[in-house]
Design a protein around this ligand. Sequence first.
Ligand SMILES: *Cc1c(COP(=O)(O)O)cnc(C)c1O
Length: 467
Amino acid sequence: MKWDEFSQWGEKISQWAAAYHTDLRDRPVRAQTAQGDIAAALTTAPPEDGEAMETIMADFERIVMPGITHWQHPRFFAYFPANAAPPSMLADMLVSTIAAQCMLWQTSPAATEMEGVMVDWLRQALDLPEGFSGVIQDSASSATLSAVLTMRERATNWRGNREGLSAMGRLRIYCSDQVHSSIDRACWVAGIGQENLVKIGAGSSGHAYEMDTSALAAQIKADRTAGYTPAGIIAITGGTGIGAWDFLSDVLKVAKDEELYTHLDAAWAGSAMICPEFRAKYWGGVEGFDSIVFNPHKWLGAQFDCSVQFLRDPSQQLNTLKIEPEYLKTSGEAVTNYSEWTIPLGRRFRALKLWFLIRSYGLEGLRNRIRNHVSWAEELCEVLRAKEPFEIVTEPILSIFSFRCPGDDAVQQRLVDAINDDGRIYITQGMHEGRKVIRFQVGQFDCTRDDVMLAGDVITEIWEQLT
Ligand SMILES: *Cc1c(COP(=O)(O)O)cnc(C)c1O
């Protein structure tokens, strides 16, 4: 492709993008295609001769678009959001254009230096103390795996990487039963094993569904007596199922008594901690954690992928992950090479979208959105509570709550599926205390109060059609 043709298509595609977002409310939120539809529409073999961009783009609209679930649809209330505010999208277009691989300081000093400054902007926005530094990762799963590996190395006196785990005894990691599956997977991959990830039951004082820290302390003591080696504790702010949040100071007290490394998973809820009132309610004591992860690519508005891991003492993670073969050595002064902080070597320039996003809206603009989402979720929860057949199962935690309609678990799923087949809104289910619940979360960047209130009408209308 010649660059003048690139320029014409670049213009067309950015016009297409603006029109797509402007008219998004007219599309069904969840893709309405059946399994295999899209694969069947693609040619089975690659072309021998090049094709015109007109043809490729026309096929994109015809074949690909019907098979897209619209995460940027303002009535996306499923899972958690994956926002992409327009300025962050523009930044990512620039990043795609420059296409630099930013593994070392010298492979693009601007990327490394901006990453350090953006992590510090967010540190200030979250009111974490000076001294925390951090790194931008692709996902919370990777950040949590890095933290679990650090727990493992620290607990084996930095011998695990060198000698393997066969002679290291059985390590154990502790968390509540409300954590995300990425924590289980991190323990599988790190060689800790599912059986040595001990999930402590959650209490429910004040609807937090927090880890029972007396049970945690007792379990750690019992494990030491039985010959296990406790390695770390993972706490959560905003669990995936219903938004559970641990009482951080209580968790940290146990960690301190037992001298354990601590990691906090705030992948979704961390964005809301830029609001002082939520920070005060949910994050008392947070500064005591060794590692904290949150995803600006969820609620804050940075285009996927962008996950920030804060570290109180990065040398522990560097001692775990840093490797320096000759071909990666750089001469001159000591510099930060962020690939030494993470598992993948190659890195995208992820800081630029944060710079565009935060400058474009300001922290106050971002806070206002989050505050609106929380208050609209609370309002819809009251609307559903007041409607006869629905039962609120878990109260709003930030912008998530869960409910049930009359009937067994199969009926809950039938209602969820019927709502998503209708297409005006998109919601998903979860499990809570052994029962299926219908989750509702508000967090899409362009969502309005009307969108949330319409969801209440859709839920009622589809329920009435089912019965
Ligand atoms: C989304 C989420 C994750 C996983 O995030 P990825 O960035 O997709 O790996 C982990 N924990 C919690 C609480 C989440 O909400």
